[in-house]
Ligand binder design. Structure first.
Ligand SMILES: [Zn+2]
Length: 71
């Protein structure tokens, strides 16, 4: 178990780990943050809402309708 090196992002600056809020992009504390990785409950709910609406879904390429395609 080595504390130095690895995935830890702490230690170099001594600052607490911060992450960017996926919703608004604001740097927010990760540890001790009940809404992590979001900065607030609002951003979390917004993100969940977008998932629910399917905005994150991969758009399917639907073929154009009403056409034979080949001429
Ligand atoms: Zn946010």
């Amino acid at each position: 178990m080595s504390e130095a090196g690895g995935n830890g992002r702490r230690g170099r600056t001594g600052l607490p780990l911060r992450v960017k809020c996926p919703q608004c992009g604001q740097p927010t504390a990760y540890e001790g943050n009940p809404w992590r990785p979001f900065c607030s409950e609002r951003c979390k709910l917004i993100d969940l809402g977008e998932w629910a609406e399917g905005r994150y879904a991969i758009p399917a390429e639907e073929p154009p309708e009403g056409g034979e395609g080949e001429t």
